[in-house]
Design a protein around this ligand. Structure first.
Ligand SMILES: [Mg+2]
Length: 229
């Protein structure tokens, strides 16, 4: 019997890449205004190279960028970058349509809800709290909880342990087939591919279900619950 739904966070509930792009653009604009001697195109290219190299959650990206480009961290340009980035983030950290209503529908059916994210603990919690999602979830599992990333079985097993359920009693929803689907399937959890969040456009997801809108989960859940009775 289905008893819980596990959600990936970034690009599954939140439109993370859109937030990242807008925030970086705002930071670049502020840096150029503060005297950065580069074009916006060059700055964008170099910043995303650093994200590719260091990880998209890198918190010192502007320090590294300025050191590499100018040989030093100019305090005015650095501060301008951070202020611009934060301002961009305020406007663009948003949920995909129908997220809250869907979570509420699932909670009404008595299902436990879990976040399983590879993001660092503070970043994951700040996104959840900013979006006022924190009360929906029974457990929030982030990178620090197991120190390994999906598709390693450890974070999935941690979720199962905390829930005190069997893998066949939970459903995993995520946007990244190589991590969310491979990891879930590997430990015997059924998976739902959030196609709308995947910018890489995977042709074959390997998931049990594919959705174009998060609200489609409600139908899948009802089908699974009906199948059990
Ligand atoms: Mg994701």
């Amino acid at each position: 019997m289905l008893r819980a739904v596990i959600f990936d966070l970034d690009n599954t509930l939140t439109d993370f890449m859109r937030m990242k792009k807008v925030s970086v653009e705002a930071a670049i604009e502020e840096m150029i205004d503060a005297g950065l001697p580069m074009t916006a195109d060059d700055a964008r290219k170099r910043l995303f190279e650093i994200y590719d190299r260091e990880g998209i959650e890198d918190q010192r990206v502007f320090d590294k960028f300025l050191k590499e480009e100018l040989g030093e961290i100019d305090p005015m340009i650095h501060t301008a970058a951070i202020i611009g980035y934060r301002r961009g983030r305020e406007y663009t950290l948003v949920l995909y349509p129908h997220v809250k209503r869907t979570l509420l529908e699932l909670a009404r059916r008595g299902l436990k809800l879990v976040i399983l994210s590879d993001a660092p603990r503070y970043q994951a919690w700040s996104r959840l709290c900013y979006l006022q999602l924190q009360h929906f979830f029974d457990h929030v599992i982030t990178f620090e909880d197991t120190r390994v990333r999906k598709p390693d079985p450890a974070p999935f097993m941690r979720a199962i342990e905390l829930l005190q359920m069997r893998p066949d009693e939970v459903l995993m929803v995520g946007d990244w087939p190589e991590r969310d689907m491979v990891g879930g399937t590997g430990v015997g959890i059924k998976t739902v591919y959030a196609k709308y969040g995947d910018t890489s456009g995977a042709a074959v997801s390997g998931a049990n279900y594919e959705i174009d809108d998060i609200s489609e989960i409600v139908g899948i859940v009802d089908e699974l619950l009906d199948g059990d009775t």
